[in-house]
Design a protein around this ligand. Structure first.
Ligand code: 5GP
Length: 189
């Protein structure tokens, strides 16, 4: 997606060799027009995949995911990053390790928002090691539903996530794929 790559080059900051900061349009400030266009790109790629619902992970996945859901005329569900207080078996829960934040969190999904017949498109802002995506996949598959695809806004292709998801057979589509990051250098594939 050329307009996204241009924004990354213009406003993104490579903090070091692994972390890219894009606070002005994705992670803090949100550019709705750019998010809308992302939704169109994801729709174009995934519209023949028989998707029934869009899942995302709070909080930076929400903006691109809701635009995709709107474009595809589907409902969207946000996977929460906190442990559920309801302990009556009403939720699916899995532990995810965040390398960027250096901590573990509990990814939580209410059983009310998924059924065995669902084919889920998972949308997230970044793909790095693939831990967040794998956590979302575990919740979908534990519910007996199917992962229909994974849509990523910015993929850091030099980190292990993409290869790992490809090897497991998931259909991953990323709007921008970064080959190399270095302080003040951003290179696309
Ligand atoms: P993974 O689980 O694939 O290692 O990392 C994905 C999650 O970590 C994303 O949902 C995102 O929140 C965060 N993340 C990973 N790398 C970056 C990065 O370079 N910049 C920002 N802003 N977030 C990142």
């Amino acid at each position: 997606m050329e307009s996204l790559k241009e924004r990354i080059l213009k406003e993104g900051k490579a903090l070091n060799e692994t972390v890219l900061k894009v606070d002005s349009f994705l992670n803090h400030g949100v550019d709705p027009k750019l998010m809308y266009d992302m939704g169109e790109y994801f729709k174009k790629y995934f519209e023949k995949h028989g998707i029934t619902k869009i899942f995302t992970i709070e909080s930076s996945g929400i903006a691109p995911a809701v635009m995709t859901a709107m474009q595809m005329d589907l409902n969207m569900v946000t996977l929460k990053k906190q442990k559920s207080k309801i302990l009556n078996g009403g939720v699916y829960q899995t532990t995810v390790h965040s390398f960027t934040k250096g901590l573990d969190y509990e990814l939580t999904l209410s059983k009310d928002y998924i059924s065995k017949d669902d084919k889920i498109l998972i949308i997230d802002d970044f793909l790095a090691n693939g831990e967040a995506a794998l956590g979302a996949i575990r919740l979908v598959e534990e519910a007996g539903a199917t992962v229909g695809g994974i849509g990523i806004v910015i993929e850091k292709s030099f980190q292990p996530g993409r290869k790992m998801l490809d090897e497991k057979g998931y259909d991953v589509y990323s709007l921008a794929r970064i080959n190399k990051l270095q302080k003040d250098i951003i290179e696309f594939i």
